[in-house]
Design a protein around this ligand. Structure first.
Ligand SMILES: NC(=O)c1ccc[n+]([C@@H]2O[C@H](COP(=O)([O-])OP(=O)(O)OC[C@H]3O[C@@H](n4cnc5c(N)ncnc54)[C@H](OP(=O)(O)O)[C@@H]3O)[C@@H](O)[C@H]2O)c1
Length: 235
């Protein structure tokens, strides 16, 4: 963006706030924690704007549910950020359905996403209602760690071996270039229409991920990955 400022108009910038990291240091008892107070959100936005050298953020997410979150305070802060032109839209990340519903209940406009972990190692969001709630509201989740942060390739466990074997089997059936393409296709088949987050900065891997949008798994193939993950069939 520094080299070519017009790039800003062709992208959407999504950033998060709410985690206060405190690196462990001898003699310092303080711990990393969550903070979704007005002051913390406002300070985080200002820091993000100055770090990126931009005037506004397209989407701001609250990174983790904060047990001390005051929904009224958060929404008032969102309103102030919108009025100032610093942030256009708001969302959350890793929120359970009741946590999302609480914040949403105070807002006239929709939270635009819940950024959640979806991969064959972590299928909790399939069962806890998160994705159903988003589909009901026609809101797309952002899916993080689709490749389980790399565990898909290097974890040494029976479950990982089953998942890799099945993804490779399906890759051969659909003519995919790699198991990661099948992992992306598996997430993209979900009817809530997730937006895929990529963790690799390697251009070849990014290209493969983009290509995976052309792959459509059958219902049976999708469930084969589910069975490989669980280690048992459906009831
Ligand atoms: N909301 C949240 O709480 C939360 C939490 C975690 C992440 N996120 C977001 O989600 C994004 C993606 O998460 P993630 O980084 O966990 O993504 P990921 O795509 O699941 O994992 C990326 C890792 O997989 C490795 N990898 C990719 N292809 C590979 C291959 N063919 N063989 C071996 N290793 C391979 C990458 O290595 P290379 O770098 O070498 O390609 C990288 O270390 C993050 O950037 C972040 O924005 C959000």
């Amino acid at each position: 963006m520094k080299l070519e400022p017009s790039v800003r108009d062709s992208i959407e910038i999504v950033t998060k706030c709410g985690i206060v990291p405190v690196p462990p240091k001898p003699g310092n008892p303080q711990v990393s924690h969550y903070n979704s107070s007005r002051q913390h959100i406002l300070d985080s936005v200002d820091l993000s704007l100055s770090r990126m050298g931009i005037e506004h953020i397209d989407v701001l997410l609250i990174h983790r549910p904060d047990w001390l979150m005051n929904a009224d305070e958060v929404v008032e802060t969102f309103d102030a950020l919108k009025a100032s032109g610093k942030v256009s839209h708001f969302g959350v990340s890793n929120f359970t359905p009741p946590q999302l519903a609480l914040l949403q209940s105070r807002m006239p406009e929709l939270l635009v996403t819940n950024q959640v972990e979806i991969n064959p190692f972590n299928m909790g969001v399939l069962d806890d209602g998160s994705l159903d709630m988003l589909q009901q509201a026609r809101v797309k989740p952002m899916a993080w760690s689709i490749l389980a942060g790399g565990r898909l390739f290097n974890e040494d466990s029976e479950q990982a071996a089953r998942i890799r074997h099945t993804l490779q089997e399906i890759a051969d059936e659909v003519g995919a270039q790699s198991i990661e393409q099948v992992a992306y296709a598996w997430v993209l088949k979900l009817p809530c229409e997730p937006v895929a987050l990529l963790g690799s900065g390697k251009i070849e891997r990014v290209k493969q991920a983009v290509e995976s949008a052309k792959i459509t798994l059958t219902h049976e193939q999708w469930y084969r990955v589910w069975v490989a993950s669980k280690g048992h069939g459906v009831a």
